[in-house]
Design a binder for this molecule. Structure first.
Ligand code: NAP
Ligand code: 3JN
Length: 340
């Protein structure tokens, strides 16, 4: 860790991800000199705790970044589109959690266990993009397999928790569940259908090709991070009535043959991965066990006997931590240690 300390701004500090970013900066002992907490005018004056002190939230404006070294953004794509360039012009490196900059060829898209070297490209625009949560946990688990055996094709289905949609969706699942178990009408505001006791094969907007934006984020971001545009990727993303933790059923076709035992051994030593794979004792990754932790959990590792080189895996991580806030602070650590 760098001996220097940094002025850090958190844009979207009052949100589900922003709140976790503040906690991660503290827990991961990122060397913060001063912190500035930013949100919309609605939250100006609210106070949030950082290292035992109450810090007032300020309205995010183009002038918010003077004197700041690093800004962690999680205030939505439009806000990032508008304010990240202003922050970069002020000399502050932006680590952005939205999809606004992810596919810009001049903006690195980084998962520190996979492509920390890409952080150096922050110099083009002063912006580093944090990938989508579903992509992050998948590439943490698949990168070691790709490096050893080569991946030809990935087929993934996700089971994504409501916290991925933010605070209002966490409240919606809670309120609908409480209403249903009391035989009351469940109000539907956030999603197009009831989420309590249901699964929605619909995350983000539908595109002309029949896929959702979330599905195409997984396709495009995976190829960019693995620096492998030739890998075939197809995704079905599903919202499930879980509060925290995204789960993924992943089928991988490798180029060289990989046995389940080889993959288990490889992932047991992989950075950021915890293998939980003991079906005889009912041990496999669970969202309720991944929640609140920073590892990516992998289990149900087994051969896909329907093709010569197929492997199936079940991958679970806390979408707000490794899927967003932890990954962003890990990027900040690489930036601080190697580049600032
Ligand atoms: P959330 O709980 O709804 O929080 C939204 C935050 O953005 C709040 O702090 C809000 O401030 C702030 N905000 C909204 N509009 C703003 C504006 N015009 N100016 C300044 N601040 C504004 O949402 P969330 O779940 O934390 O997600 C926030 C964003 O993070 C998402 O839109 C997405 O881009 C990104 N995200 C990324 C991932 C990932 O996969 N890496 C996962 C989830 C979210 P107020 O409280 O004042 O309204
Ligand atoms: O739905 C999820 O589980 C993850 C959601 C991510 C998200 C939510 C709103 C806007 C994103 C994202 O990170 O891709 C965005 C965005 O497009 O910025």
């Amino acid at each position: 860790m760098s001996a220097k300390s940094f002025n850090v701004a958190v844009a979207g500090a009052t949100g589900a991800v922003g709140n976790q970013m503040i906690a991660c900066l503290e827990e991961m002992q990122f060397p913060v000199k001063n912190i500035r907490l930013l949100a919309s005018s609605r939250s100006a004056g609210r106070r949030l705790r950082f290292r035992g002190e109450m810090v007032a939230v300020e309205e995010l404006t183009a002038d918010s970044f003077a004197g700041m070294d690093i800004a962690l953004f999680s205030a939505g794509g439009t806000t990032s589109q508008t304010f990240a360039p202003a922050a970069a012009r002020a000399g502050c490196v932006v680590i952005d959690n939205s999809s606004a900059w992810r596919m810009d060829p001049q903006v690195p898209l980084v998962v520190p266990e996979v492509n920390p070297h890409a952080v150096a490209d922050y110099r083009h625009k002063g912006i580093i993009a944090n990938p989508n949560c579903s992509t992050i946990q998948m590439v943490v688990a698949l990168n070691p397999i790709h490096r050893r055996f080569g991946i030809r094709r990935i087929v993934v289905s996700t089971y994504q928790s409501v916290s991925g949609t933010g605070k209002k969706a966490i409240d919606e699942l809670f309120n609908q569940t409480r209403a249903m178990i009391n035989f009351l009408e469940a109000e539907t505001r956030v999603y197009p259908h009831r989420i309590a006791f249901n699964c929605l094969p619909h995350i983000d907007a539908f595109l002309a090709n029949g896929y959702t934006k979330e599905e195409m984020k997984m396709v495009n971001e995976t190829r960019k991070i693995l620096e492998a545009p030739e890998i075939g990727v197809t995704a079905t993303t599903v919202r499930v009535p879980v509060f925290f933790g995204h789960s993924e059923a992943v089928n991988v076709e490798t180029i060289a043959h990989a046995s389940a035992e080889q993959v288990r051994a490889l992932l047991s030593d992989a950075p950021g991965v915890t293998v939980v794979d003991d079906p005889a004792n009912n041990r496999y990754p669970l969202a309720i066990e991944a929640a609140g932790r920073d590892s990516t959990f992998v289990g149900r590792i087994r051969q896909d006997d329907s093709i010569p080189n197929g492997i199936n895996l079940w991958i679970v991580a806390d979408n707000i931590r490794k899927g967003a806030a932890t990954n962003a602070v890990q990027i900040a650590q690489v930036l601080a240690d190697r580049h600032l």
